[in-house]
Ligand binder design. Structure first.
Ligand code: HEC
Ligand code: HEC
Ligand code: HEC
Ligand code: HEC
Ligand code: HEC
Ligand code: HEC
Ligand code: HEC
Ligand code: HEC
Ligand code: HEC
Length: 256
């Protein structure tokens, strides 16, 4: 009789423990728990359409192993009960995932992006520079970058790749982008002015402030010999083109 009572008491205690401990941990790892907060709701919708939609919250947000669960529970259990009593609580239970969490699943890295254009030596950045994955992959799950993708954007790279701390040469990262077909024609330097009128050059050249201007402050190859005398013929053909470098007609008027 006593023994049976004890068994039931133990079972009861077990159930209570499960409810008291497991319920809060389970709940605080569900998207719906966060949907209640206006600023987090849309970020849960993004997760549902991301590549990681079938990866549960805890896979990224808990560090590997039992210590990850314990650390999280220690924060989650009190927060869960506190919000039951005091209403929605904005304590940030799920912070930015660590490198170790991503590495539960991703153990080897490409050094070229799937597109083939972009070089991205993961080993150098993660292994040697000890960067967190989320420094670059911050738009992976819950948001899109400013161009509408989950991929890392170039602006993020350029925070370090400013030409001082790390290289900012296009060809160090891009294997194809550096030479649009137009640029390979022999007389590109002569004809690019006309192309500029028809086509957007800013897409690439705005990344380098003053790219066009710097060159246009130098004397072009056409200005050789007795240019003062010979400029008449080119000026008659493309008078407006001259003004790209020469500012305004004021320049011509200094002599004419
Ligand atoms: C594939 C990994 C991954 C999965 C799965 C994932 N997240 Fe995240 N989560 C991230 C990353 C990366 C960040 C940090 C960047 C950011 O804030 O968007 C983050 C940030 C957050 C934040 C902090 C937001 C803030 O504004 O501070 C919350 C809350 C969050 N995630 C909740 C969840 C929930 C709930 C789930 C399950 C539906 C989930 N995450 C699934 C990777 C993941
Ligand atoms: C539980 C396993 C798991 C975890 C944890 C995980 N991923 Fe993934 N990841 C996947 C799977 C599965 C895919 C899809 C692979 C495919 O479709 O080829 C993927 C795809 C990706 C891709 C390529 C697709 C895309 O959307 O660009 C990137 C980048 C990526 N993961 C980065 C991360 C980062 C960064 C973290 C840590 C914040 C992380 N993953 C955490 C399993 C995981
Ligand atoms: C220095 C920035 C940077 C860091 C740090 C970084 N990545 Fe990446 N990762 C990229 C870029 C850029 C791509 C290419 C994205 C694209 O074009 O789709 C990429 C691609 C990936 C892919 C997709 C490759 C494929 O085969 O589709 C995975 C998976 C990935 N990263 C995981 C990680 C993980 C996990 C970490 C941390 C251990 C990490 N990355 C750290 C920039 C970074
Ligand atoms: C936290 C700073 C930091 C960020 C952010 C960063 N890098 Fe780097 N990266 C470095 C440093 C430092 C080096 C080594 C110095 C160098 O090569 O100029 C490097 C080297 C490289 C190299 C090798 C360059 C060479 O000379 O061959 C490539 C390619 C590269 N990074 C791509 C990227 C891409 C793509 C991104 C963005 C997705 C990125 N990096 C973001 C710091 C960073
Ligand atoms: C440190 C590495 C790095 C350097 C240096 C770099 N880029 Fe990028 N660039 C990137 C990354 C990462 C992206 C985003 C790729 C994506 O969204 O798939 C990108 C995207 C772009 C895009 C738009 C997206 C596309 O795929 O068309 C253009 C255009 C571009 N880069 C041009 C340049 C030019 C021009 C230079 C030299 C002035 C340059 N990049 C230097 C890393 C770099
Ligand atoms: C897809 C990217 C991209 C686009 C679009 C682009 N360029 Fe370029 N351009 C480059 C790269 C990369 C270089 C080589 C940069 C370097 O050497 O520093 C370059 C070089 C040049 C040069 C110098 C050539 C030389 O021989 O020194 C001129 C002039 C030029 N571009 C003009 C233009 C004009 C005008 C347009 C618009 C009609 C344009 N570009 C559009 C990427 C681009
Ligand atoms: C490598 C140096 C260099 C760079 C970089 C450069 N230009 Fe030029 N640009 C020239 C030279 C040289 C001429 C004169 C060509 C001639 O008269 O034969 C010229 C002429 C022009 C003309 C007038 C052409 C005419 O009819 O005489 C335009 C317009 C022009 N460039 C636009 C641009 C734009 C836009 C960019 C930046 C995207 C750019 N250039 C970058 C060297 C450069
Ligand atoms: C790529 C830029 C560029 C373009 C395009 C350009 N010039 Fe110039 N030009 C210069 C520079 C730089 C100088 C030198 C200015 C100085 O020394 O103060 C110069 C000097 C001159 C001079 C003065 C020469 C002297 O000996 O004092 C004349 C005249 C002139 N350009 C006419 C033209 C005419 C006409 C055109 C159009 C057919 C033209 N330029 C197109 C950059 C350009
Ligand atoms: C440094 C003085 C100087 C400047 C600046 C100058 N020119 Fe001239 N230009 C001359 C001289 C001198 C001649 C007469 C050359 C000859 O035929 O002997 C001339 C002749 C010409 C001619 C042919 C004669 C005519 O009047 O039909 C044209 C067209 C011309 N210049 C256009 C320009 C344009 C456009 C600019 C501004 C981009 C310019 N010039 C700037 C000195 C200058």
């Amino acid at each position: 009789m006593h023994r049976r009572l004890r068994t039931w008491a133990l079972i009861g205690l077990g159930v209570l423990l499960v409810v008291v401990v497991v319920l809060p941990v389970f709940s605080t790892l569900q998207p719906d728990y966060y949907r209640r907060y206006p600023d987090l709701g849309p970020r849960m919708d993004h997760w549902e359409t991301s590549t990681h939609a079938r990866i549960s919250c805890g896979e990224c947000h808990l560090d590997p192993g039992i210590s990850g669960v314990v650390t999280f529970s220690a924060k989650a259990i009190p927060a869960f009960y506190s919000q039951l009593v005091q209403g929605p609580d904005t304590t940030n239970l799920l912070g930015t995932p660590t490198r170790e969490a991503c590495q539960k699943c991703h153990t080897s890295y490409r050094s070229v992006a799937p597109s083939g254009d972009l070089l991205i030596p993961h080993k150098a950045h993660v292994g040697i520079l000890k960067m967190e994955c989320t420094t670059c992959h911050k738009n992976l799950v819950h948001s899109l970058n400013r161009h509408g993708f989950n991929r890392p954007d170039m602006e993020t790279c350029l925070t370090c790749h400013d030409g001082v701390a790390a290289t900012d040469e296009c060809v160090k990262c891009h294997t194809r982008k550096q030479t649009p077909a137009s640029h390979t024609q022999k007389d590109w330097l002569q004809v690019h002015g006309a192309a500029a009128a028809e086509q957007d050059c800013a897409e690439c050249h705005d990344w380098t402030p003053g790219y066009c201007a710097e060159c246009h402050e130098r004397k072009p190859a056409s200005h050789v010999g007795n240019w003062k005398k010979n400029h008449a013929a080119p000026a008659k053909v493309r008078g407006d083109g001259c003004l790209v470098c020469h500012g305004g007609e004021e320049f011509c008027k200094t002599c004419h």
